[in-house]
Design a protein around this ligand. Structure first.
Ligand code: PLP
Length: 452
């Protein structure tokens, strides 16, 4: 590679590169950080600054950045068969083996997978699968989908419509058959209510919404076990059992969007296992390849699969790269590492409880109102007044400041609304968690000083 200076790269980037979820106007002026390499749990920018990646990339590099086995699997697959499609009754070895590997780690009753490249496409696929399912059952009017405010399901028109991010909805016209109910965010929206009582109340909004829309018209409910991009919203214990009851009593499919929660993040292979509910469909992406190749998809439960498999005619849906051999090779290697090294069991019994316990010390910090999390994902909600839960600053200014301080201290975390979010790689050791907590603590201290 030719040697290019940081300033040159930043200039190309500012001039020509439109970044996702970025203020274009501001970026043109300010530019950004060029990340040039990564090792274990650290990223390095073009000037050599080392940053502990407390976000596992974008919640995807759960095994960190030094998994040579995945690199070799992709390399050797690219030499053997760099591409072939899975249309027209063709398949390839990695796609077939990856389908089997996913079934092996999925909850009982999941025996089929549809591959996509991303979580957004997987959620689009969910809509297509659910509509096809009810069409085959001769209930073509069952097309409505219920989801939640402040949920995130991706960025294509359909996936963003499923999502409940108001600032996104303001920028496009969503599809008209998605309806939203409230999120189970007790700290922000529960007021004086008991946490578990609040969990029941918000879950029962699903029942009310189904009644309002007519059960005969509602196809599915989609939700993340823990809302990730919405700010790591861990639902009250009462929430998921009540959702399960409602879906069981009604003829409504339950879709668990596990794009963040899947592959060990919450302490089990899937978040639905951590929260003990049984979906009909599971969306996955991100950590399925440890972020090394784009791959997503839908695990289809037997109830839905049996109808789809029994239907006459072609399912008119698919992507050029559905089941891409190199992506599937990366997925096979990732799942093999996770299984052979017992990553989930080891993390759940040591590093995850350690992370949660160490972060809980910030409950006493003057600008932290709540520390929440599960497994290897957590958030600290910043507040101006712990008692009244008054905001610390307008427009997420304090969280943005805190994030920038953390990065300057060598820690990548994310600011979501007023929350500081972390989801470090599962291959951290205790010393590295201590480093993360120390750097976060310094950023919080600076934030308290600035916004007190
Ligand atoms: N679903 C959830 C829960 C997500 O968090 C995301 C991305 O963050 C998506 C779907 C979209 O995935 P992708 O960005 O791969 O399209």
């Amino acid at each position: 590679m030719t040697k290019v200076t940081t300033a040159q790269l930043q200039q190309f980037d500012r001039a020509h590169h439109l970044h996702p979820f970025t203020d274009f106007k501001q970026y043109q002026k300010q530019g950004g950080r060029i990340v040039s390499r990564a090792e274990h749990i650290y990223i390095y920018d073009h000037d050599g600054q080392q940053i502990l990646d407390g976000m596992s990339g974008l919640w995807c590099c759960n095994l960190g950045y030094s998994q040579q086995r995945i690199v070799e699997a992709v390399n050797s697959q690219l030499q053997q068969l760099p591409y072939y499609n899975n249309f027209f009754n063709c398949s390839n070895q990695p796609a077939a083996e990856m389908a089997k590997a996913l079934v092996d780690i999925s909850p009982d009753g999941f025996n089929h997978v549809f591959f996509t490249n991303s979580g957004s496409e997987a959620n689009d696929t969910n809509i297509r699968l659910v509509h096809r399912y009810y069409d085959l059952l001769e209930q073509p009017q069952k097309k409505l989908i219920i989801s939640r405010h402040n949920g995130y399901h991706g960025s294509t028109i359909a996936a963003a419509s499923l999502g409940g991010m108001s600032f996104m909805h303001e920028q496009f016209r969503g599809i008209d058959y998605v309806h939203h109910i409230d999120q189970p965010h007790w700290y922000a929206e529960g007021g004086d209510s008991d946490r578990n009582e609040f969990g029941l109340q918000v879950a029962r909004q699903l029942e009310k919404k189904i009644d309002e829309l007519g059960e005969e018209n509602v196809a599915a409910f989609i939700a993340e076990p823990i809302q990730g991009a919405g700010g790591v919203i861990v639902p009250p214990e009462t929430y998921w059992p009540e959702i399960q009851r409602i879906c069981d009593e009604r003829d409504i499919l339950l879709i668990s969007d596990e794009v963040i929660c899947g592959f060990g993040r919450t302490g089990a292979w899937f978040g639905c296992e951590t929260f003990n509910f049984k979906p009909d469909l599971i969306t996955f992406a991100k950590a399925v390849t440890n972020g090394y190749q784009p791959l997503g998809g839908v695990m289809v439960g037997d109830k839905v699969a049996s109808v789809l498999l029994g239907g006459d005619g072609e399912f008119g849906h698919g992507l050029t790269y559905s089941g891409h051999p190199a992506s599937c090779a990366a997925g096979i290697a990732t799942l093999a590492i996770m299984k052979e090294q017992r990553i989930i069991e080891r993390t759940a019994s040591d590093i995850a409880p350690y992370l949660q316990q160490q972060l809980r010390q910030f409950e006493d910090h003057p600008c932290v109102g709540e520390v929440r999390g599960s497994g290897m994902v957590a958030a600290l909600e910043l507040v101006g007044d712990k008692h009244s839960r008054a905001k610390i600053a307008d427009n997420s200014a304090a969280a943005t400041f805190c994030r920038d301080q953390a990065i300057a201290n060598g820690l990548m975390v994310r600011a979501v609304g007023d929350a500081m979010v972390t989801a470090p790689p599962m291959v951290c050791d205790r010393g590295e968690i201590d480093l993360l907590v120390d750097r976060l603590g310094r950023a919080l201290d600076a934030t308290a000083k600035e916004f007190a």
